[in-house]
Design a protein around this ligand. Structure first.
Ligand code: SIN
Length: 321
Protein backbone atom coordinates (compact mmCIF):
# COMPACT_ATOMS: atom_id res chain seq x y z
CA UNK A 1 0.00 0.00 0.00
CA UNK A 2 1.33 3.48 -0.83
CA UNK A 3 1.96 6.02 1.91
CA UNK A 4 -0.84 8.44 2.79
CA UNK A 5 -0.75 11.86 1.22
CA UNK A 6 0.01 14.61 3.68
CA UNK A 7 0.41 17.83 1.66
CA UNK A 8 -2.06 20.75 1.55
CA UNK A 9 -4.82 20.72 -1.06
CA UNK A 10 -5.36 23.68 -3.43
CA UNK A 11 -8.87 25.17 -3.35
CA UNK A 12 -10.12 27.48 -6.11
CA UNK A 13 -13.65 28.85 -5.88
CA UNK A 14 -15.45 28.63 -9.24
CA UNK A 15 -18.83 30.32 -8.61
CA UNK A 16 -20.19 32.87 -6.15
CA UNK A 17 -22.56 30.77 -4.01
CA UNK A 18 -20.97 27.32 -4.15
CA UNK A 19 -18.45 25.17 -5.98
CA UNK A 20 -14.65 24.87 -5.83
CA UNK A 21 -12.04 22.98 -7.83
CA UNK A 22 -9.61 21.07 -5.64
CA UNK A 23 -6.07 20.35 -6.79
CA UNK A 24 -2.98 18.81 -5.28
CA UNK A 25 -4.49 15.48 -4.36
CA UNK A 26 -4.61 12.02 -5.95
CA UNK A 27 -7.86 10.46 -4.74
CA UNK A 28 -6.78 6.95 -5.75
CA UNK A 29 -4.10 6.95 -3.02
CA UNK A 30 -4.73 6.67 0.72
CA UNK A 31 -5.48 10.06 2.28
CA UNK A 32 -3.95 11.18 5.57
CA UNK A 33 -6.30 12.39 8.33
CA UNK A 34 -5.02 15.90 7.64
CA UNK A 35 -6.03 15.76 3.96
CA UNK A 36 -9.42 14.23 4.87
CA UNK A 37 -9.97 17.14 7.31
CA UNK A 38 -9.01 19.68 4.61
CA UNK A 39 -11.37 18.12 2.07
CA UNK A 40 -14.19 17.96 4.65
CA UNK A 41 -13.65 21.63 5.46
CA UNK A 42 -13.72 22.52 1.73
CA UNK A 43 -16.90 20.47 1.31
CA UNK A 44 -18.70 22.28 4.12
CA UNK A 45 -17.43 25.67 2.98
CA UNK A 46 -18.07 25.27 -0.78
CA UNK A 47 -20.88 22.63 -0.72
CA UNK A 48 -19.73 20.93 -3.94
CA UNK A 49 -16.09 20.31 -4.81
CA UNK A 50 -14.61 19.09 -8.08
CA UNK A 51 -11.45 17.06 -8.71
CA UNK A 52 -10.04 16.61 -12.21
CA UNK A 53 -7.98 13.84 -13.83
CA UNK A 54 -8.55 11.26 -11.13
CA UNK A 55 -8.02 7.54 -11.74
CA UNK A 56 -10.53 5.76 -9.58
CA UNK A 57 -11.94 2.29 -10.08
CA UNK A 58 -14.78 0.81 -8.01
CA UNK A 59 -12.43 -0.37 -5.23
CA UNK A 60 -10.62 2.95 -4.82
CA UNK A 61 -13.91 4.86 -5.14
CA UNK A 62 -15.36 2.84 -2.23
CA UNK A 63 -12.12 3.25 -0.23
CA UNK A 64 -12.22 7.02 -0.82
CA UNK A 65 -15.84 7.26 0.31
CA UNK A 66 -15.14 5.27 3.48
CA UNK A 67 -12.55 7.84 4.57
CA UNK A 68 -15.47 10.29 4.97
CA UNK A 69 -18.05 8.02 6.60
CA UNK A 70 -20.09 4.85 6.34
CA UNK A 71 -21.39 4.13 2.83
CA UNK A 72 -24.98 3.34 1.92
CA UNK A 73 -26.17 0.52 -0.28
CA UNK A 74 -25.97 1.73 -3.91
CA UNK A 75 -29.50 3.11 -4.14
CA UNK A 76 -32.79 2.03 -2.53
CA UNK A 77 -34.15 0.91 -5.92
CA UNK A 78 -31.00 -0.63 -7.38
CA UNK A 79 -31.04 -4.43 -7.46
CA UNK A 80 -27.86 -4.91 -9.48
CA UNK A 81 -24.83 -2.93 -8.29
CA UNK A 82 -21.56 -4.02 -9.93
CA UNK A 83 -20.49 -7.49 -8.71
CA UNK A 84 -18.62 -7.20 -5.41
CA UNK A 85 -19.45 -3.51 -4.96
CA UNK A 86 -22.88 -3.15 -3.31
CA UNK A 87 -22.10 0.52 -2.55
CA UNK A 88 -21.70 1.60 -6.20
CA UNK A 89 -24.69 3.13 -7.99
CA UNK A 90 -24.44 3.31 -11.77
CA UNK A 91 -25.81 6.52 -13.32
CA UNK A 92 -26.52 5.70 -16.95
CA UNK A 93 -29.82 6.21 -18.82
CA UNK A 94 -29.15 3.17 -21.03
CA UNK A 95 -28.58 1.01 -17.96
CA UNK A 96 -32.02 1.95 -16.61
CA UNK A 97 -33.68 1.39 -19.98
CA UNK A 98 -32.16 -2.11 -20.20
CA UNK A 99 -33.49 -3.00 -16.73
CA UNK A 100 -36.89 -1.34 -16.68
CA UNK A 101 -37.73 -0.91 -20.35
CA UNK A 102 -38.72 2.21 -22.23
CA UNK A 103 -41.47 2.96 -19.69
CA UNK A 104 -38.75 4.14 -17.32
CA UNK A 105 -37.64 6.86 -19.70
CA UNK A 106 -41.08 7.84 -20.94
CA UNK A 107 -42.60 7.96 -17.43
CA UNK A 108 -39.72 10.10 -16.25
CA UNK A 109 -39.67 12.41 -19.25
CA UNK A 110 -43.37 13.15 -18.83
CA UNK A 111 -42.61 14.71 -15.51
CA UNK A 112 -40.63 17.86 -15.12
CA UNK A 113 -38.64 16.90 -12.06
CA UNK A 114 -36.92 13.51 -11.82
CA UNK A 115 -33.44 12.03 -11.65
CA UNK A 116 -33.34 12.27 -15.41
CA UNK A 117 -34.88 15.65 -15.91
CA UNK A 118 -34.96 17.69 -12.76
CA UNK A 119 -33.63 19.25 -9.61
CA UNK A 120 -33.35 16.96 -6.60
CA UNK A 121 -31.38 16.26 -3.44
CA UNK A 122 -30.35 12.60 -3.22
CA UNK A 123 -32.83 10.18 -1.60
CA UNK A 124 -34.76 12.67 0.54
CA UNK A 125 -37.71 10.22 0.81
CA UNK A 126 -35.50 8.43 3.36
CA UNK A 127 -35.79 9.64 6.95
CA UNK A 128 -31.97 9.98 6.90
CA UNK A 129 -31.02 11.16 3.41
CA UNK A 130 -27.35 10.65 2.49
CA UNK A 131 -24.99 13.17 4.07
CA UNK A 132 -22.94 13.49 0.89
CA UNK A 133 -22.46 11.94 -2.55
CA UNK A 134 -19.29 11.25 -4.55
CA UNK A 135 -19.86 10.88 -8.30
CA UNK A 136 -17.11 9.95 -10.74
CA UNK A 137 -17.24 10.20 -14.51
CA UNK A 138 -16.33 7.11 -16.52
CA UNK A 139 -17.79 7.76 -19.99
CA UNK A 140 -18.86 11.30 -20.88
CA UNK A 141 -20.27 12.69 -24.12
CA UNK A 142 -18.15 15.06 -26.21
CA UNK A 143 -20.95 17.62 -25.95
CA UNK A 144 -23.61 18.14 -23.30
CA UNK A 145 -24.42 16.06 -20.23
CA UNK A 146 -23.43 18.80 -17.74
CA UNK A 147 -24.64 18.72 -14.12
CA UNK A 148 -25.66 21.77 -12.05
CA UNK A 149 -25.80 22.27 -8.30
CA UNK A 150 -27.55 24.97 -6.31
CA UNK A 151 -26.92 26.27 -2.79
CA UNK A 152 -29.91 25.67 -0.52
CA UNK A 153 -28.34 28.05 2.01
CA UNK A 154 -28.26 30.88 -0.56
CA UNK A 155 -31.86 30.02 -1.46
CA UNK A 156 -32.94 30.31 2.20
CA UNK A 157 -31.03 33.56 2.64
CA UNK A 158 -32.63 34.91 -0.56
CA UNK A 159 -36.11 34.76 0.98
CA UNK A 160 -37.60 37.84 2.66
CA UNK A 161 -37.42 38.02 6.45
CA UNK A 162 -41.16 37.33 6.99
CA UNK A 163 -41.02 34.42 4.54
CA UNK A 164 -38.01 32.94 6.35
CA UNK A 165 -39.87 33.20 9.68
CA UNK A 166 -42.86 31.42 8.10
CA UNK A 167 -40.94 28.56 6.43
CA UNK A 168 -38.85 28.03 9.60
CA UNK A 169 -42.03 26.57 11.15
CA UNK A 170 -43.02 24.18 8.31
CA UNK A 171 -42.54 20.48 7.65
CA UNK A 172 -42.92 18.71 4.32
CA UNK A 173 -43.47 15.18 3.07
CA UNK A 174 -40.90 13.66 0.69
CA UNK A 175 -41.76 10.59 -1.36
CA UNK A 176 -40.67 8.90 -4.55
CA UNK A 177 -42.31 10.68 -7.47
CA UNK A 178 -42.74 13.92 -5.55
CA UNK A 179 -45.97 15.68 -6.39
CA UNK A 180 -47.23 13.35 -9.14
CA UNK A 181 -46.56 9.69 -8.31
CA UNK A 182 -47.81 6.99 -9.03
CA UNK A 183 -47.03 7.08 -12.71
CA UNK A 184 -47.70 4.10 -14.97
CA UNK A 185 -47.81 0.33 -14.56
CA UNK A 186 -44.32 -0.54 -15.70
CA UNK A 187 -41.81 -2.46 -13.62
CA UNK A 188 -40.19 0.67 -12.22
CA UNK A 189 -43.50 2.20 -11.14
CA UNK A 190 -44.59 -1.09 -9.52
CA UNK A 191 -41.31 -1.44 -7.64
CA UNK A 192 -41.70 2.05 -6.19
CA UNK A 193 -45.38 1.62 -5.33
CA UNK A 194 -44.66 -1.74 -3.64
CA UNK A 195 -41.85 -0.24 -1.53
CA UNK A 196 -43.05 3.15 -0.33
CA UNK A 197 -40.29 5.32 1.06
CA UNK A 198 -41.74 8.40 2.72
CA UNK A 199 -40.44 10.85 5.31
CA UNK A 200 -41.49 14.18 6.77
CA UNK A 201 -38.60 16.63 7.07
CA UNK A 202 -38.35 20.18 8.38
CA UNK A 203 -38.58 22.61 5.45
CA UNK A 204 -35.56 24.40 6.90
CA UNK A 205 -32.69 22.14 7.87
CA UNK A 206 -29.95 23.16 10.30
CA UNK A 207 -26.57 21.82 9.21
CA UNK A 208 -25.17 19.58 11.99
CA UNK A 209 -21.60 20.91 11.63
CA UNK A 210 -21.84 24.51 10.40
CA UNK A 211 -25.19 25.47 11.97
CA UNK A 212 -26.27 27.06 8.67
CA UNK A 213 -29.93 27.00 7.71
CA UNK A 214 -30.85 25.71 4.26
CA UNK A 215 -34.06 25.19 2.33
CA UNK A 216 -34.62 21.43 2.53
CA UNK A 217 -37.28 20.84 -0.11
CA UNK A 218 -36.68 19.75 -3.68
CA UNK A 219 -38.84 19.41 -6.79
CA UNK A 220 -37.87 15.77 -7.32
CA UNK A 221 -39.18 14.36 -4.06
CA UNK A 222 -41.16 16.87 -1.99
CA UNK A 223 -44.87 16.04 -2.36
CA UNK A 224 -46.51 18.61 -0.07
CA UNK A 225 -46.20 20.80 2.98
CA UNK A 226 -47.99 19.22 5.91
CA UNK A 227 -50.90 21.04 7.59
CA UNK A 228 -51.42 23.41 4.62
CA UNK A 229 -54.31 22.97 2.21
CA UNK A 230 -53.32 21.43 -1.16
CA UNK A 231 -53.67 24.84 -2.84
CA UNK A 232 -51.57 26.59 -0.18
CA UNK A 233 -48.95 23.83 -0.29
CA UNK A 234 -48.64 24.06 -4.09
CA UNK A 235 -48.29 27.83 -3.96
CA UNK A 236 -45.64 27.80 -1.21
CA UNK A 237 -43.65 24.99 -2.87
CA UNK A 238 -43.76 26.84 -6.21
CA UNK A 239 -42.22 29.89 -4.53
CA UNK A 240 -39.55 27.76 -2.82
CA UNK A 241 -38.73 25.75 -5.96
CA UNK A 242 -38.42 28.97 -7.98
CA UNK A 243 -36.09 30.37 -5.34
CA UNK A 244 -33.79 27.36 -5.10
CA UNK A 245 -33.41 27.07 -8.89
CA UNK A 246 -32.40 30.70 -9.42
CA UNK A 247 -29.34 30.70 -11.73
CA UNK A 248 -27.32 33.00 -9.47
CA UNK A 249 -27.22 30.33 -6.74
CA UNK A 250 -25.84 27.63 -9.06
CA UNK A 251 -22.64 26.19 -10.47
CA UNK A 252 -22.39 24.08 -13.64
CA UNK A 253 -19.90 21.26 -14.20
CA UNK A 254 -18.56 20.19 -17.58
CA UNK A 255 -17.55 16.55 -17.03
CA UNK A 256 -14.38 14.98 -18.40
CA UNK A 257 -13.35 11.34 -17.93
CA UNK A 258 -11.81 11.20 -14.45
CA UNK A 259 -13.76 14.16 -13.03
CA UNK A 260 -15.06 13.57 -9.50
CA UNK A 261 -17.79 15.69 -7.88
CA UNK A 262 -18.27 15.48 -4.10
CA UNK A 263 -21.29 17.32 -2.71
CA UNK A 264 -22.81 18.05 0.67
CA UNK A 265 -26.29 16.61 0.24
CA UNK A 266 -27.56 18.62 3.25
CA UNK A 267 -27.11 22.02 1.63
CA UNK A 268 -27.39 21.40 -2.13
CA UNK A 269 -29.78 20.20 -4.79
CA UNK A 270 -28.56 19.19 -8.23
CA UNK A 271 -29.91 19.03 -11.75
CA UNK A 272 -29.07 15.94 -13.76
CA UNK A 273 -28.62 16.83 -17.43
CA UNK A 274 -31.70 17.98 -19.33
CA UNK A 275 -30.16 17.07 -22.70
CA UNK A 276 -29.74 13.31 -22.21
CA UNK A 277 -31.98 12.53 -25.19
CA UNK A 278 -29.70 14.64 -27.44
CA UNK A 279 -26.26 13.41 -26.39
CA UNK A 280 -24.28 10.93 -28.42
CA UNK A 281 -21.70 8.41 -27.30
CA UNK A 282 -23.10 7.36 -23.91
CA UNK A 283 -22.78 8.75 -20.41
CA UNK A 284 -21.78 6.50 -17.51
CA UNK A 285 -20.97 7.75 -14.03
CA UNK A 286 -20.64 5.93 -10.73
CA UNK A 287 -21.74 7.21 -7.35
CA UNK A 288 -21.33 6.34 -3.68
CA UNK A 289 -23.31 8.03 -0.91
CA UNK A 290 -22.46 8.51 2.76
CA UNK A 291 -25.01 7.44 5.38
CA UNK A 292 -26.75 10.53 6.75
CA UNK A 293 -28.46 11.51 9.98
CA UNK A 294 -32.09 12.57 10.47
CA UNK A 295 -32.39 16.25 9.51
CA UNK A 296 -33.22 18.66 12.31
CA UNK A 297 -35.18 21.90 11.97
CA UNK A 298 -34.71 25.29 13.65
CA UNK A 299 -36.95 24.10 16.53
CA UNK A 300 -34.66 21.12 17.15
CA UNK A 301 -37.25 18.58 15.98
CA UNK A 302 -35.91 15.77 13.79
CA UNK A 303 -37.54 14.25 10.72
CA UNK A 304 -40.24 11.57 10.99
CA UNK A 305 -40.21 8.23 9.19
CA UNK A 306 -43.59 7.60 7.50
CA UNK A 307 -42.85 4.48 5.40
CA UNK A 308 -39.82 2.34 4.59
CA UNK A 309 -36.56 1.89 6.45
CA UNK A 310 -33.73 4.29 7.30
CA UNK A 311 -31.25 4.30 4.41
CA UNK A 312 -28.10 2.44 5.41
CA UNK A 313 -25.72 -0.14 4.02
CA UNK A 314 -28.37 -2.87 3.59
CA UNK A 315 -30.65 -3.35 0.62
CA UNK A 316 -34.26 -3.09 1.82
CA UNK A 317 -36.40 -2.95 -1.33
CA UNK A 318 -38.24 -6.19 -2.23
CA UNK A 319 -39.38 -7.02 -5.74
CA UNK A 320 -42.91 -8.20 -6.38
CA UNK A 321 -43.29 -11.30 -8.56
C1 SIN B 1 -27.16 12.09 -9.61
O1 SIN B 1 -28.26 12.46 -9.28
O2 SIN B 1 -26.34 11.71 -8.77
C2 SIN B 1 -26.77 12.06 -11.07
C3 SIN B 1 -26.34 13.37 -11.57
C4 SIN B 1 -25.96 13.30 -13.02
O3 SIN B 1 -26.36 12.38 -13.75
O4 SIN B 1 -25.27 14.20 -13.46
Amino acid sequence: MSTPQTGDIDVRRVATCLGAEIGGVDLSRPLSDRVVAQITDALHRHRVIFFRDQHLDHASHVALGRRFGELTYAHPHDEAPPAGYPEIFTVDPNWNRERYGDDYLTANRRRQYTYLTGWHTDITPAVNPPAASILRAHVVPAEGGDTMWTSLVAAYEGLSTPMRAFVDTLRAEHRYGGRDWPAGNGEYARRINDNPLIAVHPVIRVHPYTGERGLFVNPGFTSHIVDLSPRESRAVLDVLFDELTRPEYTVRLRWEPGTVAFWDNRTTAHLAPRDLNRIEGGRTLYRVTLVGERPVGPDGRPSDLVAGEPYGSERTVVLSG
